[in-house]
Design a protein. Structure first.
Length: 767
């Protein structure tokens, strides 16, 4: 039996208690990439250039001024007065040599945070998609660290992760990370990359421009196998995913696993060992006793820490009861002395897993610079301290078989709202892994995980699953052990289904996602989107697209007055595709249920001019409604419609099967060749609708699948006989409307009932 898919659930939403989906293992590879995209002039912009090296700041600033921009400069010794900058060019610590003891990055990321704070409010309110920008320069050899990274500056990864996450909070901000191998031509490169916002990450190496593409690859063969005499050290491994790995290793191999936490476990505290019911009552009593806001804040902070420690205590107690060799050591990985003492207390580890991390979601404008530094510090300084101790003694270096960084999709692809600093720390960790691999020949790998189902440090699980599906803990542990045994020295990303929490500007970050099954869907989302002009999340989108004659089969099929024209069915697909981006806050699951008051001026469908589509959404009594208007470049109206979305797939009116003879009107100004849209077969009381696929319509590598049968829509257009204006009171759609195979009318052509495999899936009422 054919499965009937829901009609356009917004982008994609998960609607079950479990958000687990199949997970794909991807690795990234640099590939040549030409500059491609609409040009954005540099002249007339006001820009801030930030950096730690005055000579580089001056070089880039001079090149930008030559290109016509107004430029302010800032560095360790120069702090400009805040100004209405259109963009920030962030050179960060580019030009400085990385050392594991270096801490200059802290002041640099604080300056960046303060500069963005200054512009955050206006950038957040900006609806134009061609005005504000943030460009980061890194220096890891021009291939983003994927080759010969040992002489590079891996801490640029802090700013790379920050940049890729910024569009989550600033939806119209254009971002780009530019990695270079030669600082002498940096000014010219920056000017060139500022002119086109095509991809999120670009490299320049030996005169060639590169991008990163993701490919599906399996884990390599095991290079070693853990045994009972091995020691595994997991920083921050006493809770969440770290402890899941600890249990998996101890259960499967009997090895000793050492997990760490920032502080020693308290002894003899009632709140630590009492049962959950007693502790919940204790929480309520303390919260009720708070008399001021400050008291309440302090109580909640203490309770949060107590809950963490209770979780640690419960994990360790359960492991001990089961005879697992898991022990806890107090060690703040950002403290070099504590890490040194830890390594002195334990045998040389076979495997080191840097899992420690902080995730405290809060919008960047509400997060002080010192909080950003603290979050990044756990990843960056923690890694340096662990690595230093591994290298401190030859016996430790010889014992080490795998050093595994625990990264996140937040760093690689951009995290959720409130995770900008978390993304910065994780992307820095990945690039530090490249550096350690090439500078010291160590088997350092970075694993970028999605959210683990109901496990981990994610503070807002319900929000997280709107960004990407989750991984089952047992699957994560199995994959993690395989990666450790393979002892790779690269970055590996695990990702499932991409969720609904997208903004249009983020699609550029997924273009070369070649190994992922969601790539066709992402490209299909962009097909009708064209160039985004203005965007207000959860309210409005304005975009333009130019359909050029003979570029796709469907654009050569329909003609008005003998001239190529956009078929009405493709206009319907366009307005629905744009409407799908304008959703209620929270990206709830919803289905397109109804198109109301569809009006199309048929002569205005002639190709040649750019079409601009505006979609405005609001909640109405019977569902989320998006009002859409389409105009030509000269302002001439093309069409309009209201899209109504509801939580459940719609049910259509009952149809008793009774029909009347169908008229056969002939529209002289309109003609169809039928090569792409098919030839409907007209009978006295029914129309057989041919099957039309996305590949029949479009020559794109990833053509957008139609949401409503194009052949059915075109047959209804023909039936009206109209040559000037098409007016449809409403179109109701349900699963199967994509593949209508039969049209019938109970009233001689004013109402049309479409069926799919004998089931009513389309109901259209003309005016």
């Amino acid at each position: 039996m054919t499965t009937l898919q829901p009609i356009r659930p917004h982008l994609v939403s998960f609607d079950t208690d479990s958000f687990v989906r199949p997970v794909h293992r991807l690795t990234w590879h640099p590939v040549p990439a030409a500059l491609d995209g609409p040009a954005t002039p540099v002249a007339g912009r006001r820009l801030l250039v930030l950096g730690d090296e005055p000579s580089l700041v001056a070089q880039v600033a001079d090149a930008l001024r030559t290109a016509g921009a107004a430029v302010d400069e800032a560095g360790p010794d120069v702090t400009p007065e805040p100004a209405p900058w259109d963009g920030i060019i962030d050179l960060n610590v580019t030009g400085r040599e990385y050392t594991m003891d270096g801490g200059e990055w802290r002041a640099a990321i604080a300056r960046t945070t303060e500069a963005i704070h200054h512009r955050y409010g206006e950038w957040h309110a900006e609806v134009r998609a061609d005005r504000c920008c943030y460009l980061v320069v890194t220096a890891m050899g021009g291939l983003m660290g994927y080759r010969d990274a040992g002489q590079g500056q891996p801490l640029g990864g802090i700013w790379a992760g920050l940049a890729k996450c910024l569009p989550r909070e600033l939806p119209t901000l254009a971002v780009k990370v530019v990695d270079v191998d030669d600082l002498a031509s940096l000014g010219q490169i920056v000017v060139s990359e500022l002119s086109t916002w095509d991809l999120f990450e670009i490299g320049h190496r030996e005169g060639t421009r590169y991008a990163l593409t993701a490919r599906r690859e399996s884990t390599g063969p095991a290079r070693f196998t853990l045994a009972a005499d091995d020691v595994v050290l997991i920083s921050g491994g006493a809770r969440g995913v770290g402890f899941a790995l600890a249990r998996g290793l101890a259960e499967r191999f009997g090895c000793r696993v050492v997990v760490t936490g920032r502080t020693a476990l308290p002894g003899g505290e009632h709140w630590l060992t009492c049962d959950d019911a007693a502790y919940e009552q204790d929480q309520r009593d303390r919260i009720s006793a708070a008399r001021t806001t400050a008291d309440l804040r302090a109580v909640r902070h203490r309770i949060r820490r107590e809950v963490e420690l209770r979780n640690v205590y419960a994990n360790l107690s359960a492991a001990e009861a089961e005879g697992l060799r898991i022990s806890y050591e107090a060690c703040d990985c950002t403290d070099a002395g504590q890490v040194r003492e830890l390594f002195a207390r334990i045998p040389a580890p076979t495997v080191v897993v840097h899992n420690a991390g902080i995730d405290e979601p809060k919008r960047l404008d509400l997060k002080p610079a010192e909080e950003v530094v603290r979050t990044v510090d756990v990843k960056v300084t923690g890694f340096a301290n662990l690595l230093r101790e591994v290298l401190a003694e030859p016996s430790r270096r010889a014992a080490l078989k795998s050093f595994c960084n625990v990264g996140s999709l937040a760093g690689r692809m951009g995290g959720m709202i409130g995770q900008i600093d978390y993304a910065a720390g994780n992307e820095a960790l990945a690039r530090l892994g490249f550096w350690a691999r090439d500078a010291h020949g160590l088997p350092v790998q970075t694993l970028c995980w999605p959210t683990w189902e109901r496990l981990g440090v994610i503070a807002n699980y319900d929000a997280a699953v709107r960004y990407v599906s989750t991984i089952a803990p047992e699957d994560g542990v199995r994959r993690w052990i395989d990666e450790i045994h393979a002892a790779g020295s690269d970055e590996v990303m695990f990702i499932g289904q991409i969720g609904s929490a997208l903004v249009p500007t983020q699609l550029r970050g997924f273009w070369l996602f070649t190994g992922h099954p969601d790539l066709p869907r992402l490209h299909a989302l962009a097909h009708f989107l064209g160039t985004v002009r203005e965007f207000e999340p959860f309210r409005r989108l304005l975009s333009s697209v130019n359909h050029r004659a003979d570029t796709h089969p469907c654009l050569a099929d329909f003609r008005v007055d003998g001239a190529p024209a956009l078929p009405v069915s493709m206009l319907v697909e366009q307005v629905c595709a744009i409407g799908d981006w304008v959703v209620p806050e929270g990206w709830p699951l919803q289905h397109l249920a109804e198109l109301r008051d569809l009006t199309v001026r048929l002569p205005a469908l002639k190709l040649g001019d750019e079409l601009t589509t505006e979609a405005v959404g609001r909640q109405e009594e019977d569902g989320w409604t998006v009002t859409i208007t389409v105009t030509r470049a000269d302002g001439e109206a093309v069409g309009s419609v209201r899209l109504v979305y509801r939580e459940d797939p719609p049910s259509l009116p009952a149809f008793d099967g009774k029909t009347t003879p169908l008229p056969r009107p002939a529209a002289k100004r309109l003609s169809w060749r039928g090569l792409a849209l098919g030839y409907p077969h007209w009978a006295e009381t029914r129309i057989q609708v041919p099957a039309v696929t996305a590949s029949d319509l479009w020559t794109s590598p990833f053509p957008p699948a139609p949401g409503i049968s194009p052949a059915a829509v075109e047959a209804i257009v023909r039936s009206t006989g109209s040559e000037e204006e098409l007016r449809v009171r409403r179109i109701l759609v349900s699963p199967g409307a994509q593949r209508v195979d039969l049209l019938r009318s109970p009233d001689g052509g004013r109402t049309w009932v479409g069926s799919t495999d004998g089931r009513v899936s389309l109901w259209a009422e003309l005016t």
